[in-house]
Design a protein around this ligand. Structure first.
Ligand SMILES: [Zn+2]
Length: 253
């Protein structure tokens, strides 16, 4: 049977971790990379990683929305002090959707991203990058800082920027929206399998019209696998094997 890793889950936001992990194990998920977004979530993730060693692997991050939090500076300090205990830095990035820009301007978001990437680079940690409507700036900043390890998570941007991402040695990750989201499907189709990893971004709710709607769990990385296999017309076993190896390599698992 396949071995899978969910490379991006907000598992701290899901209740009943025991049963969620039992379900993931039943579906051959060998590990979950838990991404932090705030001071509170980073601490929760570190606690979960301690509770489920060699299953939940922590990444520490700061979602652009949370730059406006009162404890933003506490989080920056927490990340600096604890990054050596994590396997990566994320979720970090830029978000140019209106609501987020109103909380933190593009310029502020960019300066925070630079600071975080410098920390990641200094500690040799891969970055998990959120790049909604900001694909070009996210790529440019990561590339300019010469941080060599990054995954552009749930990539839905232009294929011209995807080419640069791939040329520079970075990865993209596929989410369960690969079942229906046209831009995401186009990116998955264009990216070589050697630069793809799988994720859920759980507990994101995925829906397509009235056909389905569900709140995702790490076990849903199986849906991502199936969709990627269909898009790339490569058998599931090969997709599982290569993406598993890619994830282990990127995160030194
Ligand atoms: Zn996320």
């Amino acid at each position: 049977m396949y071995k899978l890793i969910d490379s991006h889950s907000h598992i701290d936001e899901i209740e009943n971790t025991d049963s969620v992990i039992a379900e993931a194990r039943k579906n051959h998920i060998r590990a979950v990379i838990a991404v932090g977004t705030s001071f509170t979530s980073n601490q929760r993730i570190m606690a979960l990683a301690e509770k489920y060693p060699r299953y939940i692997y922590p990444a520490l991050g700061l979602f652009p929305w949370n730059i406006a939090d009162d404890n933003f500076q506490d989080n920056m300090i927490y990340i600096r002090e604890n990054i050596h205990r994590a396997i990566g830095m994320g979720e970090i990035g830029l978000d140019y959707s209106k609501g987020v820009k109103e909380r933190a301007s593009k310029e502020i978001q960019k300066s925070v991203l630079r600071e975080l990437l410098e920390i990641a680079k200094a500690n040799n940690k891969p970055a998990l990058i959120h790049s909604r409507y900001s694909w070009k700036d996210c790529f440019n900043i990561t590339h300019e800082l010469n941080h060599t390890k990054a995954v552009f998570h749930w990539y839905t941007g232009p294929l011209s920027i995807l080419d640069k991402i791939i040329e520079s040695g970075y990865y993209i990750s596929a989410s369960p929206s690969a079942e229906y989201h046209e831009e995401h499907r186009a990116a998955i189709k264009a990216a070589p399998l050697e630069r793809l990893i799988l994720e859920t971004d759980s507990p994101v709710t995925y829906h397509r019209g009235t056909e389905f709607r569900y709140e995702s769990r790490p076990a849903d990385v199986v849906r991502t696998l199936n969709a990627v296999s269909e898009i790339k017309n490569i058998d599931k076993e090969t997709v599982a094997e290569i993406t598993f190896e890619n994830t282990c390599k990127l995160f030194s698992l």
